[in-house]
Structure formats: C-alpha cells, structure tokens
Write a protein that binds this ligand. Structure first.
Ligand code: HPA
Length: 284
C-alpha cells in the first residue's frame, strides 16, 4: 500500500520537500499561512487513513514557509480512533519513501509541569510511550530500518538547538519537556497525572510518539512541539475538547512565527515542490 501511495503522490508532485510538518488539533491555521500551496485530499491518496476527529482536517499540502519548501500533513489519525500504530504512521512512511529528511510534529497537550501555563509552546525533549503499542510491532521491514532502533536522541538535538535559537531571536517563550503519550480518548484522571509527574513527564497527550518512532526507524530527524492547551487533570477546572481547540487556535500564531524563522535555515536547497509533468519513459 505504501508503494501505491508513493506512486500516486509522485504522479501529482515531481519533487517532494525534504521537510514535513504534521499539524495537531487546531493548528490548521498554519496551512493557510503557506505560500504557493498545492493541496491533495487524504481520501485521494491510496491507503491514506482519513481522520474522524473535529479539528483535524485531512489534506497533504506542499508550499513554502518563510521561503522554504515544506509538506504539511493537515490532520492526523490517532490510535484512539481505532487505527493501528502502523496505520497511524502510514503517512510518515510514505513521505519517508518520497525522500523526507526532517519531520516536525505538533500537538495539543495537557501541562503536567506546574511551571507551564495554558497557551505555552513547549519543545519536546524526550518521550514516554504509554500507549501500549509501537508502530514497529510485527515483522521488521529491513528496507525501512533496523529491528531494534536506538531512541536515545529521538528528538534531534541539533534541530532542538536551532528551534531554541529561533525562539530566543523572536522573543517567543518556549518551554522544554518530556511528553507522555497515552492511548486516550478519555483525558487522564488526577491520580494518573500525579503518576505521570512522578515518572518524569511534563506533558500528557495522545499523539506524536508513534510518528516519532516510525521516523527514527527510517533515519528521519524529528522535532516536536506541544501547545499546552490546558493544565492536566486535577490542576485546573474540568477538561473539555472545545477548550483544547480554542487554546490551540489562539496559540497558533507563535508556532507559525517560529516555523517561519526556523524552516529556511533547515533547507537551504532552492528547489520548489514542482507539479509533475508528463515525462518521457525511462527518464525516472
Ligand atoms: N491530556 C491528554 N491529551 C491532551 C490533553 C490532556 O490534558 N490536552 C490536550 N491533549
């Protein structure tokens, strides 16, 4: 199925950007900020899973951010919708086969670290996978990567240093922390949040970790940001998805400014994502 999606996407766009961004809840505004975009609906792409959650669109978009070519996955699927970890990471693997080198993941998360506040942007430094699954379960595809990939630097230290420098240049507050991934879809209990704090988590969320594992497996470098859309259970009033979306939307501006500063530094290559033209056979 990956092969069919890759062939279809190559037929639509000849040269795919080397950087991709996955947008989480309420960050769709970023896609609107791209210039010169070409959008492909997920349901046009063979095998591509289509999200069912409000606030998650469903388009693969190529365009430019701060002048740099980028692919945006606007909308993602989650384990809690019933998709398997392999299905959740299908898009990352397809983009990997199209030559992806860097993956920037964004998400909405509950703040566990008491120093955080609603609306804060946090750079993920590491994760704790409590989803109970892993996209690498099952037979290993040795053409993608090794059976037992190392995750000691799952969130690329060099990309993180550049993100911190961009935030400083822009005067944008940027926290740093460890993201705990849970299956969801229920939010955590206050007791679970106390447990997560005790084991070293700063953030709680329901995404990002499967994609990070699949990307590391393929040698794709990962950078990830959480927007603290709420303080976690027991630390504020009761939680609801509407608040997650509203806070995510109002905080999207900072993330967009950061990415517009950061992306041009990552991909100095001048080429455009070019629509495919009919090519003589045998020319590749
Ligand atoms: N917990 C888990 N996932 C979330 C939260 C939360 O509090 N907020 C947004 N996504």
């Amino acid at each position: 199925m990956i092969g069919q999606a890759v062939a279809y996407l190559k037929s639509r766009i000849h040269e795919w950007p080397r950087t991709a961004i996955v947008l989480g809840s309420a960050q769709a505004a970023f896609a609107d900020s791209l210039s010169g975009g070409v959008a492909i609906d997920y349901n046009e792409i063979p095998g591509w899973p289509v999200p069912t959650v409000p606030g998650h669109g469903g388009k693969l978009i190529t365009g430019r951010c701060g002048g740099a070519p980028v692919t945006v996955m606007s909308g993602r699927v989650h384990l809690y919708e019933g998709w398997s970890a392999r299905e959740v990471t299908f898009g990352v693997r397809v983009l990997g086969a199209l030559g992806l080198e860097r993956l920037i993941l964004t998400n909405a998360a509950g703040g566990i670290n008491p120093a955080y506040h609603r609306g804060l942007l946090v750079l993920i430094t590491d994760h704790i996978n409590l989803t109970g699954t892993n996209p690498l379960c099952g037979p290993n595809d040795d053409t993608l990567g090794p059976r037992f990939p190392d995750l000691s630097r799952a969130y690329c230290p060099d990309l993180r240093a550049r993100a911190l420098a961009s935030a400083e240049r822009l005067g944008l507050p940027l926290g740093q922390g460890v993201y705990a991934a849970l299956l969801g879809p229920s939010f955590e209990t206050p007791a679970e949040i106390r447990y997560l704090r005790a084991i070293g988590a700063d953030l709680a969320g329901m995404s990002t970790v499967p994609e990070t594992i699949a990307a590391n497996h393929m040698g794709i470098r990962v950078l990830a940001f959480s927007t603290v859309t709420n303080m976690a259970a027991g630390m504020q009033h009761e939680l609801n998805h509407a608040e997650v979306l509203e806070t995510g939307r109002s905080a999207a501006g900072g993330l967009i400014r950061l990415l517009e500063d950061l992306l041009p530094q990552l991909d100095p290559r001048p080429s455009d994502p070019r629509p495919s033209e009919p090519r003589p056979s045998g020319s590749g």
